[in-house]
Design a protein around this ligand. Structure first.
Ligand code: GDP
Length: 486
């Protein structure tokens, strides 16, 4: 029923209001064409400015992409004898992204990196890691975003905070001459390659990346490598060089990641098959889908029975799920009133308990409640293709839900809520194995939280709350030191 009604108005043909460009080979990426049939229509339309910027970006990527003449010229800068002027004349500069941590973190940091590429007219190339290319389709037409395997800089794992080409270290060692970065090895200016370390636990010098003078310096560097596990977009909104363009591209700030996700991340055919099979088997006929994402970071603080009671307290108190009717044990359910509960979790137990509750007792109001959980992998196994495919499929299934309950701090949940365009209820973190009060709160917006936000402004501007500078960047409900767009 839901599928039929969702396909009625041929939304599949409008490419998310111009967010997506036509002209891809349909069979190579079915989700690109079919996801609008399954997802709820978005309340948010991409602005004309964002659409134009994306089309310009796609042209740039085609012109500068791997193995083009321009790419080859700029690549020579990474080898002895490369000519800087020749490379500059191409107008191509690059941003290489390398993955770190779980899939949710990867998607957040990749979307942030792409937005930074849009703002700085750089071409985004990705280190595919073990399995990224089997999870996602190519997002840009007639080119590739995969960093070629013959890229001369190898072993990205060796790039870390202490690396001589790390921006924070270059700043610390004052390798800036007339505001131009000097290569610590050759003494050449500008440096051809700089590493940006933007993961949680970074130093103040690393975080100077977000400041205006540093952006002017980095503009001159042809190759930037980024490692981040963060959604660092809120910090870009606090930068005076970018804020005007960002505001024009995203007049609705609570929908930045929603648009970026729907533009960039199209499940591969294999994953799309998993998503649609599951949807059609278990969810399609429900009047309403309630997604509950349960992530346990610390089993001591969040033992099973506490989390289970917390989930029930949240969903029943907020009337997201119907209570049980103890006074009419033989009540007959109304087949037209169906609610499907989709649980995503690494663990078993939650599903059985909630399912049994609605089996042993009728749901209030005559609702038919069905409870489903696609997998229970037991532990995080990032980098394993089959495991990551399930995680990515489940994030997408969460995105089909009408109501979403997520776990505080979990980036996995952030992806589901953004794909679906749904403002979530957040299960707050239990302290010392007791249910928090309230058990859950409604978030301000569906935007992810930038967990490791810098503590203060750029040089010389210490003091004051960085979460109170502009009305659309505020502190997060699930991570008090974090920042988010609202
Ligand atoms: P976070 O750690 O909650 O912020 O989310 P990440 O996605 O970055 O890392 C957690 C990883 O654990 C996921 O990417 C999956 O590999 C795995 N995982 C956690 N929860 C689930 C779940 O509900 N379903 C599946 N299939 N995998 C999960």
């Amino acid at each position: 029923l839901a599928l039929v009604s969702r396909t009625d108005n041929k939304r599949g043909e409008d490419y998310f209001s111009g967010l997506l460009v036509a002209g891809f080979n349909r069979s190579s990426c079915r989700s690109r064409y079919e996801s609008a049939l399954y997802r709820k229509p978005s309340r948010y339309k991409p602005s004309a400015r964002l659409v134009r910027k994306l089309r310009q970006y796609e042209d740039l990527h085609r012109r500068c992409g791997p193995h083009t003449a321009s790419y080859n010229k700029v690549l020579r800068l990474l080898k002895p004898g490369g000519a800087a002027r020749e490379a500059a004349e191409t107008g191509c500069r690059y941003l290489v992204w390398t993955p770190t941590y779980g899939l949710g973190n990867r998607i957040l940091s990749l979307a942030s990196t792409f937005l930074y590429a849009l703002l700085t007219d750089r071409v985004l190339l990705i280190d595919r890691g073990n399995d990224f290319s089997s999870l996602m389709c190519e997002p840009f037409p007639n080119t590739t975003w995969l960093l070629p395997l013959d890229f001369p800089v190898k072993n990205f794992n060796s790039f870390n905070q202490g690396h001589p080409l790390s921006y924070g270290r270059l700043v610390k060692n004052k390798t800036l001459r007339n505001d131009v970065l000097e290569d610590p090895f050759s003494g050449h200016t500008p440096s051809s390659f700089v590493y940006l370390h933007l993961t949680g636990g970074y130093t103040s010098e690393d975080a100077y990346f977000f400041c205006e003078p540093d952006q002017l310096v980095l503009r001159e560097v042809p190759w930037l490598l980024v490692r981040s596990d963060e959604y660092f977009v809120p910090a870009l909104f606090l930068n005076n060089i970018f804020d005007l363009e960002l505001t024009l591209m995203f007049p609705e700030k609570e929908a930045v990641f929603h648009h970026l996700c729907r533009y960039l991340f199209h499940p591969s055919n294999e994953v799309w098959g998993m998503i649609t099979r599951y949807y059609e088997s278990y969810l399609a006929t429900a009047e309403e889908i309630v997604g509950i994402q349960i992530r346990v970071f610390d089993k001591k603080r969040s033992p099973f029975d506490v989390v289970l009671r917390q989930v029930l307290d949240c969903t029943l108190t907020q009337k997201l799920l119907p209570g049980i009717d103890l006074s009419h044990p033989a009540a007959v359910a109304d087949r037209r009133k169906t609610k499907a509960v989709l649980i995503t979790s690494l663990y078993t137990g939650y599903l059985e308990h909630i399912r049994t509750m609605y089996w042993e007792h009728p749901a209030a109001g005559g609702l038919v409640v069905s409870v489903h959980q696609p997998s229970h992998e037991g532990w995080q196994n990032t980098g394993n293709k089959a495991h990551d495919m399930k995680a990515w499929a489940e994030m997408n299934l969460l995105g089909f839900a009408d109501v979403i309950v997520t776990t505080a701090r979990s980036t996995f949940g952030y992806i589901g809520q953004a794909l679906g365009g749904v403002k979530p209820w957040i299960l707050l973190r239990p302290q010392s194995a007791t249910i928090p009060k309230p058990a859950c709160v409604r978030d301000f917006s569906m935007e992810p939280c930038f967990h490791a936000a810098p503590h203060y402004f750029c040089r010389g501007e210490k003091g004051g709350d960085i979460g109170a500078v502009v009305p659309y960047v505020t502190r997060c409900k699930d991570v008090p030191n974090g920042l988010k767009l609202v």
